[in-house]
Ligand binder design. Structure first.
Ligand SMILES: O=C(O)c1ccccc1NCC(=O)[C@H](O)[C@H](O)COP(=O)(O)O
Length: 263
């Protein structure tokens, strides 16, 4: 059983428990449910921003604890001030040390798009994302059938949410593309065995139809890499560990953004 299989098994239990605890009616009555989400593309293409989707990531299955000494408010606020185009907030508890409260806190502290970074397998989680104030949801091709991607993305769009599809190879990309996606992310990390290779992004970028925003995800640690990814056609860059492993992730992002101007 891969780590991804384990995460999905646990996610099914979590979603079942969440449905018992909070009804769909209660979600729909939530503080943020009627808020208009930000348009992800506008922030990605804003020349005054970096294109970076900066992630708040306390721990991960591949690295263990990355940083449990900082708060979501201080870090995400500093990311936004340093020019992040969007924030990625992990809400998975067991494998990433995240929480839905982290998303609520990031929403309250920021006025840029927030991605609910989780393993979405059920319509309930999309409604929950909307209620928490997310602007963007992630659908991972490796854990969903084409029909599930179609249904979950259609529901997200009907709620005004932006949809990021994540793929790792050409087969996942070709079987998963559908009309309700806004962006397609190439994950440079193989989620089954944790190996990382930036080349995955370069290999797939021209296979992604140009109507979608193109995002390179994971293992990005140098401004020069962003320059190369941009030249290849990417609009967005999801970065977690490179900032979170420092004692001051916001400052790390600020230094990175400064260097980005001069590469
Ligand atoms: O990061 C992991 O170990 C991991 C393991 C299993 C499933 C997903 C995993 N990570 C999710 C991500 O892809 C990253 O959090 C995200 O792309 C940022 O990557 P990085 O900049 O390398 O932290």
């Amino acid at each position: 059983m891969t780590i991804l299989d384990k995460i999905v098994l646990r996610k099914k239990e979590e979603v079942a428990a969440a449905k018992q605890a909070v009804s769909v009616k209660q979600l729909e009555a939530g503080l943020h449910f009627n808020r208009n989400p930000y348009v992800f593309k506008d922030f990605l293409l804003d020349k005054n921003r970096t294109g970076i989707i900066a992630e708040f990531k306390r721990r991960s299955p591949s690295k263990g604890i990355i940083n449990d000494q900082v708060t979501v408010e201080e870090v995400t606020h500093a990311y936004a001030a340093a020019g992040a185009s969007a924030l990625s907030v992990l809400t998975d508890v067991d494998f990433f040390g995240g929480h839905t409260n982290d998303l609520l806190a990031a929403r309250a502290a920021n006025e840029i798009p927030v991605l609910r970074k989780d393993f979405m397998i059920d319509e309930y989680q999309i409604l929950e994302a909307k209620a928490l104030g997310a602007d963007l949801i992630l659908l991972i091709a490796a854990i969903l059938t084409p029909a599930e991607i179609k249904n979950l993305s259609a529901l997200a769009k009907s709620l005004g949410l932006n949809v990021l599809l994540e793929v790792h190879n050409l087969e996942e990309l070709q079987r998963s593309i559908c009309k309700d996606l806004d962006a397609i992310g190439v994950n440079n990390r193989n989620l089954a065995d944790f190996t990382v290779n930036i080349q995955t992004s370069f290999d797939l970028v021209n296979q992604i139809p140009n109507e979608f925003m193109k995002i390179s995800e994971s293992a990005i640690s140098a401004p020069e890499t962003i320059k190369e990814l941009r030249a290849a056609g990417f609009h967005g860059f999801l970065i977690g560990e490179n900032f979170m492993k420092t004692s001051n992730p916001g400052l790390a992002m600020q230094d990175f953004a400064r260097q980005l101007i001069s590469v």
